[in-house]
Each structure stands twice: as structure tokens, then as C-alpha cells.
Design a protein. Structure first.
Length: 277
């Protein structure tokens, strides 16, 4: 009679490698990584990494950013891991909305989230805008006090969080730290933002003195998950003119993002679209 003992299963190498890639992306800085970075961290050949990523992408567990060819965890991973952060969640949900917004505004937009003492660009339409002046905005760190996105976040986040952020900024040794150590000026600026209903900057960031922007916060469950802006050249129009032209589209885009965020909590969002290739 044949033996009743169970035949031992061999190690499935492809599955092990695929899981190693998911773990590597989850551990990577800000939750995204390039093929070269994943190859270095896992020891797998780049061709193997690319093939496995294509399979994981087709199954809905990772997605490729059209902005810089990096890979990040997809919404489906929330079913498997706690490592899928809210920052990546909002990035995926907002991605197709930014593509639609670009068709209306033409000027580029950035979606950013708080990252310590700065705003970190998670998604952008710079690559696809014919009016773009910066092509590589993904992962760009923007100062909180000198950009519209940072000012929008500070104006509408909780008082407790605002205090912690300003304390962190004031401990620095740069121009932003000097500003943060003047609470009356900071309060005056943020009060103005709240009164007018949107944040602005007009070249205050020394690295982008020719640039202006307006921004609004993205809210969810009583908190601020990030901010969305529209960026334009100062010489093209006044900020007040930009607000009149573009705030309705910006508000509509944010309303759509917030609605999708709410729906995704109940698992109602499937595979999202992406920015134009």
C-alpha cells in the first residue's frame, strides 16, 4: 500500500521573493522604492524584481507611480498588513482625481502630507502639465511656513498638533526657525488664512521665488490628512485672480477625494485609476 505519510512541500521561491518585495516596500522610506532600490535591499536581480512587481501590480497589491517609476503599496494591502499608512492611502485615492484636475486647471498641482517639519509631496501633476516648471516634485520636501500647503495644514490642524509642529520648527537654525520663534507673526498669518478660507504663498520660499500657489486642506474624520495646491508663476497672475479662477475646481477635487476616502473605509473603492501616462 502507498505510504500515508504526507509528502513534504518544497519551498516556493517565487512566493517568498514576492513577499520579500512587499516587506521591502513597506520598510522603505516614505513607503515607496525604485526597482534598483528593491534589488539592493532584497538581493534579487533587477529583472526578477521587475517581473515580480508586474505580477503584484496585476493582482492589485502594488502600483507604479507614473511620475518617477517608483513602486508603492496599493489599497488592497490594507487587507493584509498594518503597514499601509494613511499617507499612502490618500495618495492612491487622490491619484485619479489629480489627473482630472489637471484637465481643468492646466497649471500643475501637488498633493502633500505632513512629514515632521515639512510637507512631503506624495502625488503631483507637474510631469504632465504643459505649464510645469519642475518635473521632479515627487518626494520634494516643502517648508511649512513658506508654502501654501504648509500654511493650509498649520491653519486647520488641531491646536495641539500645531503647537507641537511650531515647537519643532522653532528648535531649528534656519529662516523658518526664526519665523517660528515669532508666535505673534505666525498667529497673524494663520488667522488670515482661516479668514480668507485658503492658504497662499507668493515667492516667500527662497528656493522658488518666482512661484505662487494657493492650497486647501483635505479633511477626514475630524483631522487633516494632507493638502492640495495649484502652482503658477507669479508673473502670470495675482494670487487673488488665481483664487477666483481655480478655487472652485480645487474645492470640487478635494470634495471628491474626501468622499472617496470615506467610501474606502468601507471597502467600496476598487482599483483606482492613474494619472495620464
Amino acid at each position: 500500500m502507498p505510504s500515508s505519510r504526507h509528502t513534504p512541500y518544497s519551498h516556493v521561491q517565487s512566493l517568498s521573493r514576492g513577499l520579500a518585495l512587499l516587506h521591502a516596500i513597506n520598510r522603505s522610506a516614505h513607503g515607496w522604492a525604485s526597482i534598483a532600490e528593491l534589488s539592493a535591499s532584497t538581493g534579487l536581480h533587477r529583472t526578477t524584481v521587475r517581473r515580480l512587481l508586474e505580477t503584484l501590480q496585476s493582482e492589485g497589491y502594488v502600483r507604479r507611480s507614473a511620475s518617477d517609476d517608483s513602486y508603492r503599496l496599493n489599497l488592497k494591502v490594507r487587507q493584509l498588513s498594518d503597514g499601509f499608512t494613511d499617507d499612502e492611502w490618500i495618495s492612491e485615492v487622490a491619484n485619479p482625481v489629480l489627473g482630472e484636475l489637471l484637465q481643468t486647471l492646466v497649471w500643475p498641482s501637488d498633493l502633500s502630507t505632513i512629514d515632521g517639519d515639512c510637507m512631503l509631496v506624495r502625488e503631483t501633476t507637474h510631469r504632465f502639465s504643459p505649464l510645469s516648471f519642475h518635473r521632479a516634485m515627487i518626494r520634494q520636501r516643502m517648508p511649512l511656513l513658506f508654502t501654501s500647503a504648509g500654511r493650509a495644514y498649520l491653519a486647520w490642524c488641531s491646536e495641539e498638533e500645531r503647537g507641537q509642529i511650531l515647537q519643532l520648527l522653532a528648535a531649528g537654525h534656519d529662516e523658518q526657525a526664526s519665523f517660528a520663534r515669532q508666535p505673534a507673526l505666525v498667529t497673524q498669518m494663520l488667522d488670515k488664512v482661516r479668514r480668507q478660507g485658503y492658504a497662499t504663498n507668493e515667492g516667500e520660499w527662497h528656493e522658488q521665488q518666482k512661484i505662487a500657489a494657493i492650497a486647501l486642506p483635505i479633511r477626514h474624520q475630524g483631522g487633516i490628512l494632507g493638502c492640495l495646491n495649484v502652482v503658477f508663476l507669479k508673473k502670470a497672475m495675482r494670487v487673488s485672480e488665481a483664487a477666483e479662477r481655480y478655487l472652485p475646481a480645487l474645492q470640487a477635487a478635494i470634495a471628491k477625494i474626501e468622499s472617496r476616502l470615506e467610501a474606502s473605509r468601507g471597502g467600496e473603492i476598487g482599483q483606482s485609476g492613474s494619472l495620464p501616462a
